[in-house]
Design a protein around this ligand. Structure first.
Ligand code: AMP
Length: 642
């Protein structure tokens, strides 16, 4: 038997929700449906948005309505037009096999005449925002004297928005005998007061601890200097090419400015705030729902009740003034059992606020590091590689071009073709992020401390960022895709220059290039040692890595840099690298970068075997068979046998 049948839901409704993909009840449904179906209790449900609460009250309501009677029997009040439409559509979907069911949505900002007409036709379930509902009541266009059930959904938000008086007035027109079901994500005193004033001995159901955030949401914060906030935000977005996010700002002006800057910089973003007309807001929301918009930049008020599934990230560009609002913001992600990430970009003075939020939501934040330009480049590159790997090919359409394409590539190896395709995208990003600064607020201090304490060599750690004191950072155009390991590089340097391993600092392996530090006095020696080398037919290039000038290169317009055209649309960007589907290795938090995990996974078993297939060799090896060590395990010499 279907588990919804077991809870007491009739076959017609079960069939409809099965089509919607509801196979098993969510915890709130499991807890609430049997209680509400009895129709004899007031009820308080403390549940986050996205937990399936619409069905938790919607299904019992549909069971309790008398379909032979055509007057309002249930009233659902909710804070926003968005939510109102969402709830009414959901209930209509559940009731799709009940021909006599009638649900009407009543909300502000839309033509009241149509709503009045719908009501006149006869309605059993009214879903309404308080303002418009009161307007209609004032016109005496509806009669709630026989309402059996009132649902107050997102009660905390309705109170936040100042609807207390309207709710009082509306409820005063309903009979005393009605049952009231209240749902709220948080339980501030004001909501508790509603429960006390309007309800008799309500049954209470709490999903998770009180005021606790959704368990599916991870919380991260980044500390940056105020002037770097926007650049850091863009990096985080670039690092997550599949992002489908809501970005919260504190004011309408900030919202508009950020959205405009993003659009100018080539991102697929738009603003949602109270200065827009209802029509403009609808348009933005439609684009966001359709996923033709990737980033929705919003104020708290405008984003209330937004109920879009699969939001991957909520970004607090500015933290909310009211801590409670953080719960509402973050609740826009991690819906319907999915996981989500809520990010706060803060300055160092705001860490106290993070601690306060942690107390409120009962969850810890992870301090995350703003990705370096190179992290971003690498992530985008592997995203592209992954996408190429998984793209669906339409043979029918493409076949006609294949012979000519094959002709064009006849003299190029498979490996070279791959490199060229990848370079087409990759070079633009590399260009864009060339010399990008470390945007983490404590970056400068970290570099200093590390040098002073000599942590670099003691830790034996060759990752990380920021050049250590006394060392110079060098770029080399070989990286992980070449099956080129840190050990290989270190071995080569030591064997060919005679300098000790202690004079080599951090080695930062990237996709098709790497960085390494050497003590400044040995820079020339090392550069010289690499000059006569080529690597599998490719010149090996070593350069002193230019540390980014202040301001970096990220103030610029990405659209231009990436060759024109808006690169993000639909599912967005270069794709690939869905962090959740790629498993824990990909998570970026605290010290653990995710480039490494991802790279290892994707390059298969190469890490153990080093780069045995690719023997690097001196350029002059071609001529004279070579006299010095090429790239190879531990720097041992490799000969070109061809
Ligand atoms: P809600 O909290 O009511 O806004 O629900 C969040 C999302 O979860 C909506 O997209 C629902 O369609 C979906 N949902 C609700 N209940 C279930 C269920 N039992 N199984 C699968 N999805 C569900």
């Amino acid at each position: 038997m279907n588990p919804f049948n077991e809870l007491g839901i009739r076959e017609d409704i079960v069939n409809a929700i099965t089509e919607l993909g509801f196979e098993t009840p969510t915890p709130i449904q499991e807890g609430a449906i049997p209680v509400l179906l009895s129709g004899s209790n007031d009820f308080v449900g403390l549940a986050q948005t996205g937990t399936g609460k619409t069905a938790a009250f919607g299904l019992p309501l549909l069971e309790l309505i008398d379909y032979k009677k055509n007057f309002p029997q249930a009233l659902i009040l909710c804070p926003t037009r968005e939510l109102c439409l969402q709830i009414s559509n959901d209930i209509k979907n559940y009731a799709k096999n009940l021909p006599n069911a009638s649900v009407v949505a009543v909300y502000g900002g839309a033509n009241i005449v149509n709503q009045l007409r719908d009501i006149k036709r006869g309605v059993q379930i009214v879903v309404a925002t308080p303002g418009r509902m009161k307007d209609i009541l004032n016109r005496k266009a509806i009669d709630f004297s026989q309402v059996g059930f009132v649902v107050l959904d997102e009660a905390d938000e309705m109170l936040n928005m100042g609807f207390q008086e309207d709710i009082d007035d509306i409820l005063s027109t309903t009979p005393k005998t009605k049952k009231t079901w209240l749902f709220s994500a948080t339980m501030p005193r004001e909501v508790r007061a509603i429960a006390q004033n309007y309800m008799t001995d309500p049954k209470e159901l709490t999903m998770g601890t009180k005021n606790t955030g959704n368990v599916n949401i991870e919380h991260e914060y980044y500390i940056v200097k105020a002037r770097d906030k926007y650049a850091a935000f863009k990096r985080i977005v670039d690092y997550n090419p599949e992002i489908f996010g809501i970005v919260f700002c504190r004011t309408k002006i900030e919202t508009q400015e950020i959205a405009e800057s993003l659009v100018k910089d080539g991102y697929n973003a738009d603003a949602l705030h109270g200065d827009l007309s209802q029509q403009q807001r609808d348009k933005v929301m439609k684009r966001y729902r359709d996923r033709s918009l990737q980033l929705l930049i919003a104020t708290d008020v405008a984003a209330r009740g937004i109920d879009v599934n699969d939001v991957t990230h909520v970004i607090n560009f500015s933290l909310p003034d009211e801590i409670e609002n953080y719960t509402h913001r973050s609740g826009r992600t991690g819906r319907a059992g999915k996981t989500g990430i809520s990010i706060a970009i803060i300055n160092s003075r705001e860490t106290g606020k993070i601690r306060q939020i942690e107390k409120t939501i009962g969850k810890q934040f992870t301090k995350a590091e703003v990705p370096t330009g190179f992290d971003v480049v690498e992530k985008q590159l592997f995203g592209l590689v992954h996408k190429v790997h998984t793209v669906e090919v339409n043979d029918q359409q493409i076949d006609q071009y294949i012979p000519r394409i094959m002709d064009e590539f006849i003299d190029i190896s498979k490996e070279d073709i791959i490199k060229r395709f990848v370079s087409l995208e990759f070079n633009r990003f590399l260009d864009y992020y060339k010399g990008a600064r470390d945007l983490n607020a404590d970056a400068d201090d970290r570099g200093k401390e590390r040098g002073e304490r000599g942590e670099r060599s003691e830790r034996g750690e060759r990752g990380g960022r920021g050049t250590s004191a006394g060392f110079t950072r060098l770029f080399i155009n070989l990286g992980a895709v070449d099956d080129f390991t840190r050990g290989d590089l270190l071995g080569y340097i030591c064997n060919n220059t005679g300098i000790s391993g202690r004079s080599v600092g951090k080695i930062d392996m990237k996709g098709v290039f790497s960085f390494f530090e050497v003590e400044t006095e040995f820079v020339e020696k090392v550069t010289e040692a690499f000059k006569p080398i080529d690597f599998h037919g490719r010149d090996v290039r070593i350069e002193v890595s230019g540390d980014a000038p202040s301001g970096g290169s990220e103030g610029g317009e990405r659209r231009e840099r990436s060759g024109g055209g808006e690169r993000r649309s639909g599912s967005g960007g270069y794709g690939g690298g869905d962090r959740r589907s790629s498993g824990g290795g990909e998570r970026r938090s605290g010290g653990g970068g995710y480039g490494g995990g991802e790279r290892r996974e994707r390059s298969g078993g190469n890490s153990g075997g080093g780069f045995r297939d690719f023997s690097g060799k001196r350029k002059d090896d071609k001529k004279d068979g070579g006299s010095r060590g090429g790239f190879g395990g531990g720097g041992s010499r490799r000969r070109n046998d061809k």
